[in-house]
Design a protein around this ligand. Structure first.
Ligand code: CMP
Length: 169
């Protein structure tokens, strides 16, 4: 089968455990709509607050997931090979809940939202799984936002502090 990423069905299926929840027909449909994307370390894949038009599976490398915490980026997770992200916007139609950046050389399989939604309508089990994962991740993010662990706060794009007030007297 000619695909934009050149993977066989077997190689595609091995990219993520997620695809094991589909049958052959579902895997082939996902395969046909997948495109391969390459990012260098530090590049942004999705930005918190933007409309979400796609879903991703990590084929190689890893990503950092971070959220805005009063002007500082707070890292809430690192996801590696075989993990997926972008399911929240695809399932809920809400804007991106977090910023995702390449932690190192990154290769992704990208799936456009509309055809993914169409496929998921026919595979309610995997849709339910993604929806549950999205809820769990949103709760996890909220919990980490409330917990000021310096280990998870990264100074990426920090806003400069306001200068101290000038005393005229
Ligand atoms: P989405 O909101 O579409 O875009 C950002 C993605 O980051 C989000 O979907 C999830 O896939 C992922 N994400 C958000 N919060 C977390 C978290 N706490 N742990 C892991 N992944 C997360």
């Amino acid at each position: 089968m000619e695909t934009p990423h050149g993977l066989s069905v077997e190689a595609f299926t091995r990219q993520s455990k997620l695809f094991e929840f589909l049958d052959d027909a579902g895997r082939q449909r996902m395969m046909r709509i997948a495109t391969r994307q390459i990012y260098a370390a530090g590049q942004t894949v999705v930005t918190e607050g933007d409309p979400g038009d796609s879903f991703f599976v990590i084929a190689k490398g890893s990503v950092n997931v971070s959220v805005d915490d009063f002007g500082r980026q707070k890292r809430v997770a690192t996801l590696g090979q075989g993990s997926f992200f972008g399911e929240i916007a695809v399932i809920t139609d809400q804007p991106r809940s977090a910023t995702v950046t390449a932690a190192d050389a990154l290769e992704l399989l990208r799936f456009d939202k509309a055809p993914v939604q169409e496929i998921l309508r026919e595979y309610p089990r995997i849709r339910e799984l993604l929806a549950k994962m999205g809820v769990r991740r949103s709760e996890d993010t909220l919990e980490k936002m409330m917990n000021d662990d310096p280990e998870t706060t990264v100074e990426v794009g920090a806003k400069p502090q306001d200068p101290p007030p000038v005393d005229d007297e």
